[in-house]
Design a protein around this ligand. Sequence first.
Ligand SMILES: [Zn+2]
Length: 238
Amino acid sequence: MKVDVTYIIHSCFTVEFDDEVLLFDYPRSGFSTKGTKRLVESKLKGKNAFILSSHSHGDHFTADVFDIEKAAEKAHFVLSDDIILHGKSKPSKLTMIGPQKKVDLNSITIETFESNDAGVAFLIKYKDKKIYYGGDLAMWDWPEWSSAKRREHVEVFEDVLNTLKEMKIHIAFSNMDKRLKSWAGPKEFIKTVKPTYFIPMHTFGNEGWIEDLVKEDVTDNTEIFKYERPGDSVELDI
Ligand SMILES: [Zn+2]
């Protein structure tokens, strides 16, 4: 199966199948650029869109995403239940989802894991293919934290990796943050889960970090999507 993945900005990506498209974590204006909305609309055009947000933080969600729905043929929103929508007009098709839940939306099913930051991580099944999208679930081991707090966060991340390694993950999105010694876990992720494709995210526009991950030679049989600027796409064979 051929799938097109496009880097929109920061942690925002689209994954396009023949008739369906997934949109992840469309951020608020401070984390996007002028062309972000138009780029996303072009990817949703004529498709059955699933629009997901992993948690409420501004770099992962804005209620402005509800406007995007018009670009798609059909749209179903799936939002983490830490997102509060008071006073906002809600889209007609909306599923709020908490951690450790499963929902069947006909062409896709979605399972969630509890994040060690906020909200959830998603495991999406489309036909027999599996796509993992971590949100801000990552190996957060900030040096200024106590060792107990670091251990607690790392364990949550490692538990999810140990669950994922028992199944075949075709595409995995997980964080890369070079401010941390661990880079927030991409090497650990690839080594443990061995996805077919790994897509680093949450770079705050530092796309150049990905070059360093590629150089690390941690990939075995995993291929890394090395995007350089918003709008970069890759066709994956899964
Ligand atoms: Zn974030």
